[in-house]
Design a binder for this molecule. Sequence first.
Ligand SMILES: O=C(O)CCC(=O)C(=O)O
Ligand SMILES: [Fe+2]
Length: 409
Amino acid sequence: MTEKISNVDDDLHIPYYEVPPTYEEFLENHLIPNKPCIIGPAFIDNWKARKEWIVPVDNLDEVAENIRPKYKPNYQYMRKHFGSAESQVAKCNQRHFTDQWRESMSFEQFADLWEADDGKESLWYFKDFHMMRTFPDDKFYKVPNLFEDDWLNEYWLQKGDDDYRFSYIGGHTTFTPLHADVHRSHSWSSNICGVKKWTMFPPNQEECYKDKYGNQVYDVRHVDPDQFPRFNEARRVVIYQRDGETMFIPSDWFHQVENIGAAISLNHNWINANNIMHTYRSLKKDYDDCRKSIEDIQESVDEAEFLQECQKLLLMHAGWNWRTFLSMLSCVVKNRYNALVVGKELSKNQPDLTYQMDKIEEVLDKWFEDEGGDLVKYFKAEDDVLYDEYQDLKRNITKIRELHALNHS
Ligand SMILES: O=C(O)CCC(=O)C(=O)O
Ligand SMILES: [Fe+2]
C-alpha cells in the first residue's frame, strides 16, 4: 500500500507484484533504473520461516494502528531454536550519535523482553543479526532468484569471514532511523510477520536532510525545522509492507523503517553490475573523508606511508578499503571465468556477461581517473601483490569477453 507524501510524480510510484516479475522484467524495470518494488507473499510462501516462526494473530485489535499484521511470532519456537545466539540489540528510545544505543544480549534474554511486550509498544530491536551465518544448518529461507546475483555475499562467503545477510526482530514501534545502506548497496527485505512502514527518499536529495555541519536527520517523525529547513522539500514515498511481502530497496534510496506489531524480517545487502558504480562512489567518498581527517600528518610521513594510513583508517571506518574492493571484483570475475572454462552453466538470474564486464571496467577506469598515481603506488606496494591481482583481473575480463563472444557466435 503506497502513500505519496509530497511532490506527486510517477517516479515515486512503487509497483506491487502479486505474481513475482521474471528476472528480465526485474532487471529492466528495477535493477537498471534503480527503482524499488514490492512483491506479494507468493514469492516466499515456501520458506520454513513463514511456516514455522509465526502464528496467526487472533485478536486483530491488539495493535492500535489502521494497518494490522495478520501474523505474529511464535515466541516459543523462536526462543527454543535461536535462544543461544548472541547479538547487538538496539534500544529504540535512545539515540547514540547517528544510530541507536546498542548492547549485546542473548536471543533468549531478548525474547523474554519481546514476548512481555507482545501487542504493546516495545523498545528492544534485535537487529543486524547474522542469523544465517549463526544457524547455517537451519534452512529457514532460500535467496529468491531475483536477488541471486549478489557479489557482496558471493565474495564474503567465499572468503569465509563475514556476510551481509541479516535478520531484524523487534516488537511494535521498534524502528530503524533514516539511513542509506552500507556501501550504498541494494537491499532486499522479506517480512516474515508484522507490518513495516517505510519512508523512502529517492537518491540525490542529501542537501534536504543534512544540516549545515553535515549532520543528518535521525528520525523523520521529529525534525527540527530550524536545523533542517529544507527537509519538507525532500521527495518521499511511504509504503506499508505487510506480512509475507518483500521489498526491493535500491542503492542510494534513504529510508526509515517503523514496525507495526511484532516484526521479523530477513534481509540481504547486495551489489552487482547495476549498482557497482554507486558502491565505488561511496568508497571514494569514505576514502576522501578519511584522507581529510588525517591530512595534518601528511607532512610528517612519506607518501607511501600516508597512503597506507589512509587505507587502515578506511578499513576501520567503512569495514573495507581499496584492497577489499579490488579483491571483491577479482573474485566475482574469476568465478565467472572459471565457470566458462569448464563449461559450467551460469545462473540465468544475472545480466549478460559483456554488460557485467563493461560495468566493472567503467568502475576501474573511474578509479584510475580519480586516484591515478596513488592507486598504482598502493597496488605496487608489498612486492606488487595487488598490482598482480589487478593485472589478473584485467586479463580475466578480456578472456571472459572472448569466451562469451565465442559461445554466442
Ligand atoms: O527493517 C528494518 O528495521 C530496517 C531494514 C533496512 O534498513 C533494510 O532492509 O535496508
Ligand atoms: Fe536499510
